[in-house]
Write a protein that binds this ligand. Structure first.
Ligand code: C5P
Length: 222
């Protein structure tokens, strides 16, 4: 059916921020609201996909989906995604995964005894790159939030991570990006690109879902 181009396609999608614990009461986090990811999960479902959402902590109520898995840390998100990567045809990484986590989080609350505190961080795994490197790999879609030279850095990530598509947005400007109602995207794939102009996130998610479906179907039945 043309209205359900992704009928029965199994999608795995990450959304939201991750929280990296410093001690039992504190964490390193980021400003991702999860809104774009949740809206995209809903839009892909409307196109017929069976979506499993792996979500970091957000204030949002998940839409009705095939499965919703709640996680906190990047390592938990990594484990839940990798356990399901072979059972999807399409992977979309919208999560703002922390690049680093504190080495050995304290088991008890850190006290303000010293004038300064040093926290050592170690790298988190790149979930999206790992999924894209699997053989066979699902069709992989990533996001890139950039403050400058958006297309240049996004195309670099598309190539370096071996993705099939990347949706890039400019952050830190007056409009769009984190904690905003609307957003604009430049979507890139190996031999093309399309601009999705500034619009409300739910509408943008529907436009992006349609573009993902178009590229996914082209990829599978060229
Ligand atoms: O390299 P960068 O963090 O800018 O890449 C962003 C893309 O990679 C997003 O799609 C994000 O969900 C994904 N990512 C990931 N695991 C990480 C870092 C980023 O899946 N540790």
């Amino acid at each position: 059916h043309p209205a359900r181009p992704l009928d029965g396609v199994r999608v795995l999608l990450t959304a939201g921020p991750t929280r990296e614990p410093l001690d039992p009461v504190r964490y390193l986090g980021n400003r991702s609201s999860g809104r774009m990811g949740y809206a995209l999960a809903e839009a892909l479902t409307a196109l017929g996909a069976r979506v499993t959402l792996v979500s970091g902590p957000t204030a949002l109520t998940p839409p009705p989906l095939e499965q919703v898995v709640q996680v906190e840390t990047a390592l938990q998100m990594h484990a839940e995604v990798l356990a399901r990567a072979d059972a999807c045809e399409l992977f979309v990484g919208t999560a703002a995964v922390a690049d680093y986590r504190p080495v050995d989080p304290a088991e008890t609350k850190i006290k303000k005894e010293r004038a300064a505190l040093e926290i050592r961080l170690e790298r988190n795994p790149d979930i999206l790159a790992e999924v894209a490197a699997r053989r066979p790999a699902p069709f992989t879609v990533g996001f890139a939030a950039e403050t400058e030279r958006v297309e240049h850095y996004a195309r670099g990530k598309l190539v370096d991570k071996g993705l099939d598509m990347i949706a890039a947005n400019r952050v830190g400007g007056p409009r769009g990006g984190f904690e905003r109602e609307e957003n604009a995207l430049t979507v890139l794939w190996p031999d093309g690109q399309r601009d999705l102009p500034m619009m409300a996130k739910p509408r943008l998610a529907r436009a992006l879902a349609e573009l993902i479906a178009e590229r996914y179907l082209e990829h599978h039945a060229p």
